[in-house]
Write a protein that binds this ligand. Structure first.
Ligand SMILES: Nc1nc2c(c(=O)[nH]1)N[C@H]1C(S)=C(S)[C@@H](COP(=O)(O)O)O[C@H]1N2
Ligand SMILES: [Mo]
Length: 253
């Protein structure tokens, strides 16, 4: 995304994302129509429910949730490729990379659910089990590149530092907080969601997100935040740079 003012929403990828969103909505719509047809809306809304949602309606919502969590279940993996197919992607998107960064003073700051902040060095991240992963980086603009990434699993980082909690969302930001990405808990804890410090066998360059970036290959490039500065757990769905500019908050594919 070189240009924030004119996001290219008409690419195949964006159209596909929109189509998927519409068919999910249509599914919810038909489910409700079916219930209303069988039993009548009056009966439907008069049934006792939990959390303000009438019982039968709640069942439809639960069914939809099951369908989507089956689709996004933990075992769903992005395809991996031979290392020989890896190439270097173009530098795409420089939000949050405006100022110089001193790798020696860089820290990853993690704000836990209780509001406490802890700091980690790159050495702390490098001590975790190193994962190599050759996956496709897909940009919503309509191009993709196979990249050999290496780094630590976000789930390993969190569990080994006793940072896990039940918060449903995470907010990741650059040190200057000018680029930010929201992730749902399941995506954050996915086995292919990595804190990467290497691209194609070499340390990350500043333009590709040194010293540490997120890689999460079930989602579009917009979620692959470069120059990670902080992680916070949130109860509410957090802000997201490109969602604020009209893209799908989840941006999965
Ligand atoms: N900090 C930051 N991270 C970012 C962006 C950005 O503008 N700023 N752009 C995203 C987008 S749209 C893409 S496609 C990928 C591209 O990663 P690359 O520059 O390493 O190819 O980075 C993502 N991460
Ligand atoms: Mo992108």
């Amino acid at each position: 995304m070189e240009n924030a003012e004119t996001p290219k929403k008409s690419t195949d990828a964006a159209v596909e994302a929109e189509a998927a969103r519409r068919s999910r909505r249509a599914f919810i719509g038909w489910g409700l129509a079916g219930l209303a047809g069988l039993s009548g809306w009056g009966w439907l809304v008069s049934r006792p429910g939990e959390g303000g949602v009438p019982g039968p309606l709640r069942r439809v919502l639960e069914l939809n949730e099951k369908v989507s969590s089956a689709y996004f279940r933990e075992t769903r993996l992005a395809p991996e490729f031979a290392r020989s197919r890896a190439t270097t992607p173009r530098v795409n998107g420089k939000y949050g990379l405006e100022d110089e960064l001193d790798p020696a003073t860089w820290r990853l700051r993690v704000q836990n659910a209780d509001g406490q902040t802890r700091e980690f060095t790159l050495a702390d991240i490098r001590r975790l089990p190193k994962i190599d992963m050759v996956t496709e980086l897909k940009c919503i603009e309509g191009w993709s590149v196979i990249v050999h990434w290496a780094g630590a699993r976000l789930v390993d980082f969190l569990t080994q530092n006793q940072l896990t909690n039940s918060a449903p969302y995470l907010l990741l930001q650059t040190p200057n907080e000018k680029y930010y990405v929201g992730l749902d808990r399941k995506s954050a804890l996915h086995s292919q969601t990595l804190l990467c410090y290497e691209m194609n066998g070499r340390p990350l360059t500043p333009a590709h997100g040194a010293p540490l970036r997120l890689v999460t290959p079930l989602k579009y490039g917009i979620k692959h935040l470069k120059r990670l500065g902080s992680i916070a757990f949130t109860q509410e769905r957090p802000k997201d740079f490109w969602a604020e500019r009209g893209y799908d908050w989840d941006s999965g594919h």
